[in-house]
Design a binder for this molecule. Sequence first.
Ligand SMILES: Cc1cc2nc3c(=O)[nH]c(=O)nc-3n(C[C@H](O)[C@H](O)[C@H](O)COP(=O)(O)OP(=O)(O)OC[C@H]3O[C@@H](n4cnc5c(N)ncnc54)[C@H](O)[C@@H]3O)c2cc1C
Length: 455
Amino acid sequence: MRSFDAIVIGAGQSGPFLAARMAEKGMKVALIERKYLGGTCVNAGCMPTKTLVASARAAYVARNAGGYGVSIVGKIGIDMAVVRKRALTVTLEARNGLISWFAGMDDVSVIYGHARFESERTIMVNGEQLTAPRIYINVGARPAIPDMPGIGDIEFLTSTSIIALDTLPRHLVVIGGSYIGLEFAQMYRRFGADVTVVERGPTLASREDDDISDAIADILRAEGIAIHTGAHRIAFKKRADGIEVAVADGIADITASHVLVATGRVPNTDDLGLDRAGVATDTRGYIIVDDKLATNIEGIWALGDCNGHGAFTHTSYNDFEIAAANLLDGEDRKLSDRILAYALYIDPPLGRVGMSEKQARASGREIMISTRPMTKVGRAKERGETKGFMKVIADAQTKQILGAAILGIEGDEAIHGFIDAMNARTTYRELKWAVPIHPTVSELIPTLLGDLKKV
Ligand SMILES: Cc1cc2nc3c(=O)[nH]c(=O)nc-3n(C[C@H](O)[C@H](O)[C@H](O)COP(=O)(O)OP(=O)(O)OC[C@H]3O[C@@H](n4cnc5c(N)ncnc54)[C@H](O)[C@@H]3O)c2cc1C
């Protein structure tokens, strides 16, 4: 049995950084990864998808160049093999960067293989037993496959396998109208496929406020994407000319050439031997952690998507920061200090932080709201991209900003004005007096705050 000071299972967006920080402090660490260093973000998530989104936007800009006085002679073509290669190159650069980084780190043993708990302190990998007084789990999540009639009889794509596609589907049907599904829907529409989104719930991106969900649907419909919400009877049938997707009673069935299943993710905790260590999970398989990411078993922590407290690269990375600060820097960092922020990478993107309007209303606070359409943002007008709107919600008593959304050009960047202010725990009154740069999207933040009204 090999002994270490710490074992990290999974090389996602927490594990590698934590392993490196522990080694820096002289600890001997085993970092176990069953597939690729960098996990989902680098290999099947953020990096390849945002590279593909950039290719799709290039096609969109080229198609619309005429409106800007730029003439492009001839047909705008998409070479899916090149599109795919570009995404793969970005992924490989990041993955290889991690491989080289760890190759130069004597105190971290990178072990490729599937890790399983044998007991509270013992891990089995490649037939070898490893032990450590501290074990950090960073095993991430994978696409959930829903139990829908006929799904077992068809070939379908997931967010992982679609990244490797190097041909253009004739008609892509995306099952699931949430963050991952919508990004692929718009991307493939811009590549030239017919695209239909089928969503069981009443709105797209149903976690968002209805006005945001409606604006997202308008943006996608304007590009020719068909959207079926309230699809309560999704079923599949293999046919000679493709896959028949039955949507709901009374609505015509769709014939797809390809089906993408994007109906959420499940944590990779079912094949980890957690029961042998006695580590508790919730009913959906997420590892239960306390405010410092500790599980119910002393000496075992869970970081990243597998603890159910975030589904993003930056939340997983923040878990690393919390764990490292508490273990190595004598700090007292807590999960509950985190203000959730994220983006939806359709174009224009949605940048979000904190509470939605519906959450703020449900909290029982007295609230103030201000909204502004992107048609009233100079930068958006100059760029000819005025879809979407911005919204901020503040507490009428404390004057704290409770949440914000910017659905519009550069919304994923401009939202950081609110993210930074909220993390500084400043009130909206200070921000109102900021002098922003003209002409930007962010310059409207003080104006938006100046228009806050009690609701
Ligand atoms: C299509 C898509 C797009 C996304 N886009 C964004 C985005 O734009 N922005 C954003 O913030 N987030 C995005 N995400 C989410 C983001 O990728 C994840 O939240 C992020 O990777 C954090 O994951 P993690 O650190 O928890 O683990 P992961 O990155 O999932 O890594 C877990 C690692 O553990 C390994 N592993 C699992 N079980 C074992 C085992 N038993 N033994 C050994 N190794 C094991 C896995 O192979 C994997 O490498 C996207 C996800 C997808 C799928």
